[in-house]
Ligand binder design. Structure first.
Ligand code: TXA
Ligand code: MG
Length: 317
């Protein structure tokens, strides 16, 4: 049995240095012992991920944090106290036990405490933290169900720990403290800019996405479906595009046109959290719909809508 909910079995595999897919509240991760460079290398091989792209280290308690990183700045500690366990990843100064392969040679390690009962139990059963990127092939759409993981990586994995559908649906927000001791958002995600602003008392800047970013995984082109995805005014695009079979990814709206062969409304009620939860499943379905192209529109750029727009923009580039 390759997909299951046997936490003990997952723990044994991880203790033996094997990579295991695990659920989190954001997306599924491909996990290995963060203290074991050989185990971590397997993650890069399975995902076909370039080694310059560092991994997030997942912990379940503050004692483990103390093993992997040095003392946090009070602003960061505040945010961790409020949002952990949850979809917030913090760049911290690493301790020597974290091997260069995990951080791609950086002195900073990305750490988060995921908010998923199964994975918190798993972490509590281990005496090491788990390095884990999203459990998809490098550059493609992230997995929010065990089935998504199986479809992309199933034949390479010993076990997929099934924790159900991911409750948030987009990856964690990644933050760091800059030279001026201000919070900067490196990747918008499950914790909104507004929520962080409420805690720190100012609106944190969002680092712009570039092709040569400080964090290599912030690459502009990412989350790419197998067919082109174009963002714009869907009505106008429907009239302009020459493709004969079109799929539509919309928000709080439906469209009619003879060329549409599949359409998904991310949230008929206009709820951004529901849209985030449905986003990657919808993209997986539309890329396999047989259409030649996906047409989509940006969502309101607030709250978790910012993370959704970020993923759509990367998927389109
Ligand atoms: O929600 C999430 O964050 C999910 C779940 C599994 O926890 N993980 C995830 O991992 O999205 P991944 O590898 O797909 O994206 C992690 C991002 C990458 O863009 C990587 O470059 C950045 O975090 N990152 C990791 N360690 C870093 C470091 N030391 N310095 C700068 N960026 C780092
Ligand atoms: Mg990823």
């Amino acid at each position: 049995m390759k997909i299951g909910n046997d936490i003990q079995h997952a723990a044994q595999l991880l203790q033996a240095g094997t990579a295991v897919a695990i659920p989190t509240e954001t997306v599924y991760g491909l996990a290995a012992n963060a203290f074991d460079p050989e185990a971590v290398i397997r993650i890069f091989e399975i995902k076909q991920r370039p080694k310059f792209n560092p991994l997030i280290v997942h912990i379940s308690n503050w004692e483990m944090l103390d093993k992997v990183a040095t003392e946090m700045h009070p602003q960061l500690k505040n945010l961790a106290t409020v949002f952990w366990p949850g979809p917030l990843t913090i760049l911290l100064h690493k301790k020597p036990i974290i091997h260069d392969i995990v951080t791609a040679g950086s002195e900073m390690v990305a750490v988060r405490m995921p908010n998923h009962a199964v994975t918190l139990q798993l972490l509590n059963a281990l005496d090491f933290p788990l390095a884990a990127p999203s459990a998809n092939l490098f550059g493609s759409i992230s997995p929010t169900t065990a089935k998504h993981v199986e479809a992309q990586l199933g034949n390479q994995l010993a076990y997929i720990l099934d924790g159900g559908d991911c409750a948030i649906g987009v990856e964690s927000t990644i933050i760091k403290l800059d030279e001026n001791e201000k919070i900067v958002i490196l990747r918008p995600g499950g914790i909104s800019q507004e929520a962080i602003a409420q805690i720190v008392g100012y609106v944190p800047a969002i680092a712009s996405s570039t092709d040569n970013p400080e964090a290599p995984g912030m690459l502009k082109s990412h989350y790419a479906p197998k067919i082109p995805l174009v963002i714009g005014n869907i009505t106008a695009l429907l009239n302009q595009r020459e493709e004969l079979s079109i799929s539509i990814l919309s928000f709080n709206k439906t469209y009619n046109h003879p060329k549409i062969i599949k359409a998904i409304d991310l949230s008929p009620s206009g709820d951004l959290h529901e849209a985030a939860r449905n986003l990657f499943t919808a993209m997986h379905e539309l890329e396999d719909s047989g259409a030649a192209i996906i047409l989509t529109e940006l969502l309101p750029n607030k709250g978790i809508g910012m993370a959704i727009n970020d993923r759509l923009s990367r998927a389109a580039s």
